[in-house]
Design a protein around this ligand. Structure first.
Ligand SMILES: [Zn+2]
Length: 49
């Protein structure tokens, strides 16, 4: 199983959040931990088919 990592769409900061290939999510928000960024963004994970 390969884990993928969530990255901030604004600054590219690699968040300490991982998801598997079978994950699916929307409407899930996280605040960027980049020191100069701190933006909220939605984690959207769509399943590959
Ligand atoms: Zn960021």
């Amino acid at each position: 199983m390969t884990l993928r990592q969530v990255t901030c769409p604004y600054c590219g900061y690699r968040m300490p959040v991982f998801y598997s290939e079978k994950a699916a999510a929307k409407g899930l928000y996280i605040t960027c931990k980049g020191k100069k960024c701190k933006k909220k963004f939605e984690i959207r994970i769509e399943q590959d088919r």
